[in-house]
Design a protein around this ligand. Structure first.
Ligand code: ZN
Length: 158
């Protein structure tokens, strides 16, 4: 019996370099692509800089890489700061860390969906974060924010 060909998620679309995922692999990767993603995950510094709104109570929300995106949530530029997010088991924020799995494309290594409650991150995923983590797509991270400085107009983090 022949196994059905199931492409590895690390195969570039339109590329002739097609590789097959490991049979039954939950992350839909071959061993080489899995090793590559794991090495990239290990090499990434576990801190991220994003812009966010600091409200009157000092609460931080609406985290984005561009000041424009924070403004689109209703924040005034005067209330936008650049913050560094650092993993912390006592942190008051939760977010999603995208792994270097090829399916994450330009989000690889980034954090996103940052909220003051873990449940709100969970709600971003129709099948829950556990299913995503099983597929190797990322994980929930608990974070603390350190405010670095006020934002300037039209700033973007790489
Ligand atoms: Zn592969």
């Amino acid at each position: 019996m022949r196994m059905a060909w199931e492409p590895c998620d690390g195969t570039e679309i339109g590329s002739s370099d097609r590789h097959q995922r490991d049979p039954g692999a939950q992350d839909a990767l071959c061993a080489a692509c899995r090793a590559k993603a794991a090495a990239a995950d290990a090499a990434v510094p576990r801190a991220w800089e994003l812009f966010c709104e600091k409200d009157e109570d000092g609460r931080l929300e609406h985290f984005y890489a561009a000041t424009r995106a924070v403004e689109m949530c209703g924040a005034k530029l005067d209330n936008i700061v650049l913050a560094r997010l650092v993993p912390d088991v006592e942190g008051t924020l939760w977010g999603w860390r995208y792994s270097h799995h090829p399916a994450n494309r330009s989000f690889r290594g980034q954090v996103s969906m940052i909220y003051g409650h873990e449940k709100l991150v969970e709600m971003c995923f129709p099948y829950g974060t556990k299913a995503e983590t099983r597929m190797g797509h990322g994980e929930i991270v608990r974070l603390r924010a350190e405010i670095l400085r006020p934002a300037k107009k039209d700033e973007t983090r790489p």
